[in-house]
Write a protein that binds this ligand. Structure first.
Ligand SMILES: [Zn+2]
Ligand SMILES: [Zn+2]
Length: 411
């Protein structure tokens, strides 16, 4: 924490630089350049263009040990930022409204701390700067980074990531063992009716009416067909049909999202959506086409690793750690957790006094910059401890942690 405090000004300056120059998914070129330059300045080896615009930094410690990966997502959102901040977005209609600018700055801060103490560091730390977390519709950036070898050579033993979140108070870490975020998937239902005059519905198959029945019936999945103790959501979020007040159209298109926390429930939902849509349409003489697509899998924290993470986070002075229920948001960090055990945690950024109260993705989302140093400290602490091979996680100052230096040997 002392190390993080000492570089707080640099972390905030980096965050503001990135905030003023937000880049959308897979367009994070200038952010990636900035990240690459900063890492090289710290003496950290850099691999660029991993998963299109991603960057991987590799820092080797002086002792043998494990490989720990720390991840930050870099992309901004198509949100128009209101004027006011001196470092507000300079790009019209693009804003860091999910706090990924803070994630990049915090991970660079952690890299500074770890690089400073590399002579006391065991194993290897990999810094994963990931593109396109928000672009679920194109598969997200995590999967591409993995395909490009980000989790290999050296093979990652543990992976950690964090997200700033307005739901929790500033300086609060929040996490749990097991599923922490949902599996997400999308559905698109095209209802094919037969159009005609609004005054003569009996001569048509009205897709607007049928769509309304389908929307209602789909809510029966959650309320009547699934175990009430298995969290899930089926939301129809877009309805498109018709052109004018007196024309019954030919078709209607419904689109929505489904969220689940376990594989059995996910399969059930994926089976029930087409079954219900088709039978309701059939009842009223309409046909229907259903497309389902999986986006991100469940983000599942490794229980054993998470226990140690909670102990470590609890040791950070000035912060507190909460064990929280899962959320039905989704994250492509889940793909990294399929490659190696690890944990994902939230860092609260709600601060009523500073007006940091609007939710992530709101144009008024505001990061409490006071939390950045806690994020950097937490990531550095996890890397420093999980790279060590044996014994309990070490909690304490980095200076003391070096212990008996051993010659580097193959693991
Ligand atoms: Zn987001
Ligand atoms: Zn986000």
């Amino acid at each position: 924490m002392d190390d993080a405090r000492a570089i707080e000004g640099q972390i905030i300056a980096l965050r503001r630089r990135i905030h003023s120059n937000p880049e959308l998914a897979f367009q994070e070129r200038e952010t990636a350049n900035l990240v690459g330059e900063e890492l090289k300045r710290m003496g950290i080896r850099v691999r660029a263009a991993v998963g299109r615009t991603g960057v991987v930094g590799i820092l080797e410690g002086s002792f043998p040990g494990r490989v720990v990966a720390l991840r930050a997502d870099m992309d901004a959102l198509p949100v128009k930022e209101p004027q006011g901040l001196e470092f507000a977005s300079r790009k019209d209609g693009v804003m860091h409204a999910c706090g990924h600018d803070g994630h990049v700055a915090m991970l660079l801060g952690a890299a500074m701390i770890l690089a400073k103490h590399s002579t006391a560091l065991h194993g290897t730390v990999k810094f994963l700067f990931q593109p396109a977390e928000e672009a679920a519709e194109s598969g997200g950036g995590a999967r591409l980074m993995i395909e490009d070898g980000a989790m290999k050579e050296p093979k990652v033993d543990y992976v950690f990531g964090l997200h700033v979140f307005t739901n929790f108070p500033s300086r609060t870490f929040a996490l749990r063992e097991g599923p922490v975020m949902a599996a997400s998937g999308t559905f698109k239902i095209r209802i094919l009716g037969r159009g005609g005059h609004g005054s003569a519905p009996h001569q048509t198959v009205d897709p607007v009416f049928v769509a309304a029945q389908v929307i209602n019936a789909l809510q029966g999945i959650r309320s009547r067909m699934l175990d009430p103790l298995a969290p899930s959501v089926v939301s129809v979020c877009s309805v498109h049909s018709g052109t004018r007040n007196n024309i019954i159209p030919d078709d209607a298109i419904l689109e929505g999202t489904m969220r689940t926390l376990d594989e059995a429930t996910r399969k059930q939902v994926a089976t029930l959506i087409p079954r219900i849509a088709k039978s309701v349409c059939g009842t009223f003489g309409a046909k229907c086409e259903v497309e389902l697509e999986d986006a991100y899998p469940v983000t599942a924290n490794d229980p054993t690793v998470t226990k140690s993470v909670i102990t470590l986070l609890n040791s950070i002075p000035g912060s507190r750690t909460l064990v929280v229920p899962p959320l039905l948001i989704a994250e492509d960090f889940s793909f990294f957790l399929r490659e190696a055990p690890g944990a994902y945690y939230f860092l609260g950024t709600r601060n009523d006094k500073k007006g940091c109260t609007y939710p992530n993705h709101s144009s008024r989302f505001r990061l409490d910059e006071d939390i950045l140093k806690y994020g950097s400290a937490s990531l550095a602490l996890l890397a420093f401890n999980f790279t060590r091979r044996r014994g309990q996680p070490h909690i304490g100052s980095l200076d003391k942690a070096g212990g008996q230096r051993r010659p580097r040997q193959s693991p």
